[in-house]
Design a protein around this ligand. Structure first.
Ligand code: ZN
Length: 306
């Protein structure tokens, strides 16, 4: 059954910042989190537990995670690349941990130097470790990246994506994320794949992660809404790019996504004006980064009472 309630998870602090060379301080990251929570956002992917020598921006991952956990009413989560990262994340007591593998074996090899099948086994070990170490309060989300196509392999077989979803559920995933990592998806493809994903997931939450690399981000959100998806990742100001497409825009923009929802009567609980204020601060902190967004440019229409 579908509802009018939409869950927006802010991923700018992770997907956005991983592309940014300017360092934000731990306090700036936490100010961003606190202000997002005050704006009504209840879910934030606050950092990534990748080794600092790979992405130096996340050297303060544990401090950001602990600081975010102190924010009342916030479900704080983090990305982990492997068991070691997951162990570090579990130590902080985060409410949710995200693990991502690629539907494209070629992309997975390039990204984490393991086959997709090996990554599934890695996820199984993470679930086992969590369960045996008494960390069951931390939900484990499993994501399938390059689910709509891949810059390395090109076309990605839909049945391979569905097979991975089944395997991740069987491993014990508490949530399934489906990601268009490189911005290849189109609305017809989204409707078809997400309908099939939902036929496998039962009561488990399913979240879509779209990039606006080729301008179809919000069209793909609408397609996912049509088939019953109510959870979306987005990034404030559309911060972040695509490592495989220089100059391309990154994640779908949080302000515009909230506007898309609220303008048609769907409820996000998020105040767009407050988002625009936070965005202003971010553009001051990161003056060299490209920010996207139609609402920031044009303002809200008079007919929209959000
Ligand atoms: Zn992404």
């Amino acid at each position: 059954m579908t509802t009018d309630q939409i869950h927006i998870r802010e991923v700018g602090l992770r997907d956005g910042l991983q592309m940014v060379s300017t360092f934000l301080s731990t306090e700036q990251k936490l100010e961003w989190c606190r202000r997002m929570r005050a704006a009504g956002c209840t879910e934030i992917e606050v950092t990534s537990f990748v080794p600092a020598h790979i992405v130096a921006q996340f050297a303060d991952a544990a401090d950001v995670a602990r600081g975010a956990l102190a924010i009342e009413g916030l479900k704080a989560s983090a990305l982990v690349p492997n068991l070691k990262g997951a162990q570090r994340a579990f130590e902080t007591g985060l409410q949710q941990v995200h693990y991502v593998l690629s539907a494209s074996n070629e992309h997975n090899l390039k990204n984490v130097r393991r086959s997709t099948a090996e990554s599934v086994e890695d996820f199984r070990r993470i679930v086992k470790f969590r369960d045996e170490s008494g960390q069951r309060s931390t939900a484990l989300s499993a994501g399938v990246a390059t689910a709509f196509g891949c810059t390395v392999a090109g076309r990605v077989d839909e049945s391979a994506v569905l097979d991975l979803v089944s395997q991740l559920l069987e491993c014990g995933a508490d949530e399934i994320a489906i990601a268009d990592t490189v911005g290849y998806a189109n609305p017809a493809q989204v409707r078809r794949l997400m309908r099939n994903v939902l036929s496998l997931t039962g009561d488990k939450p399913v979240i879509c992660h779209f990039h606006d690399t080729r301008g179809l981000g919000l069209a793909n959100v609408t397609a996912a809404l049509d088939v019953g998806i109510r959870r979306f990742d987005s990034s404030l100001g559309g911060l972040g790019g695509c490592p495989f497409a220089p100059n391309a825009t990154g994640n779908i923009n949080t302000e515009d996504t909230v506007f898309l929802m609220e303008s048609q009567g769907l409820k996000t609980g998020i105040d767009i004006d407050a988002l625009l204020d936070i965005r202003k601060t971010l553009t001051e902190w990161l003056p060299n980064e490209p920010f996207t967004g139609a609402i920031a440019r044009a303002g809200l229409p008079k007919t929209c009472a959000v």
